[in-house]
Design a protein around this ligand. Structure first.
Ligand code: YK8
Length: 177
């Protein structure tokens, strides 16, 4: 796997969760800027084991000449909440891209951990793995991995820096007072 984000933000853990995993203005803007559209989602629903899950469906615009211009995708998100005392969240996200070549061979798992460090600070870590449902031929595997890592890197680099902008624009309550 790879670690794409590992950074402390001046944002509370709870707010970070809301920014990334609810219909926040931040996420809507982020998805719009990534040219993701036709978003449909279920609300967070508790399951019998104390976890919560939700599902997102959307279309992504791809700028990769090997692939068509768009693909539909499904994201299954599972939330494991940490201890009540220390605010922390772990969200495991499985992403299936339905219309790319070899889509039946692979999917992606992104793990987001949000750990509260104080009232208004948290650490965000995002690790990702490419997983296989069928064993691809070696060259195909190389293709899948190279294209996945570069697409993921681009996506999470922007997420990391958009969160820095969000941090600077919302952390100004003292200045405003
Ligand atoms: C989520 C992983 C692979 C896919 C893409 C597939 C190329 C296949 C090439 C052939 C286009 C938002 C990616 C990057 C599309 C975007 C996906 C995103 C960033 C020749 C083998 C979408 C996180 C995520 C997970 C997987 C990414 C796809 O929140 O290269």
């Amino acid at each position: 796997g790879k670690l794409y984000i590992n950074r402390v933000y001046h944002i509370s853990a709870e707010r970070m969760f809301q920014l990334l995993f609810t219909q926040s203005r931040f996420m809507l803007n982020f998805m719009t800027s990534r040219k993701m559209f036709d978003l449909e989602y279920t609300p967070w629903q508790p399951d019998s084991n104390g976890k919560q899950t939700r599902t997102l469906n959307y279309t992504i615009t791809i700028n990769n000449p090997l692939v068509g211009k768009f693909t539909t995708a499904t994201e299954k998100q599972v939330l494991y909440k940490g201890n009540q005392g220390e605010q922390s969240y772990l969200v495991e996200v499985e992403v299936l891209t339905h219309d790319v070549p070899y889509h039946d061979y692979f999917y992606t798992v992104n793990k987001y951990s949000i750990i509260g460090m104080s009232q208004d600070k948290c650490r965000l870590r995002v690790c990702t793995d490419v997983k296989y449902r069928k064993q691809p031929w070696g060259l195909v595997k190389t293709f899948i991995e190279r294209n996945s890592w570069s697409g993921l890197e681009d996506y999470f680099k922007q997420m990391e820096s958009d969160l820095m902008i969000e941090e600077n624009s919302s952390g100004s309550s003292l200045a405003e007072a």
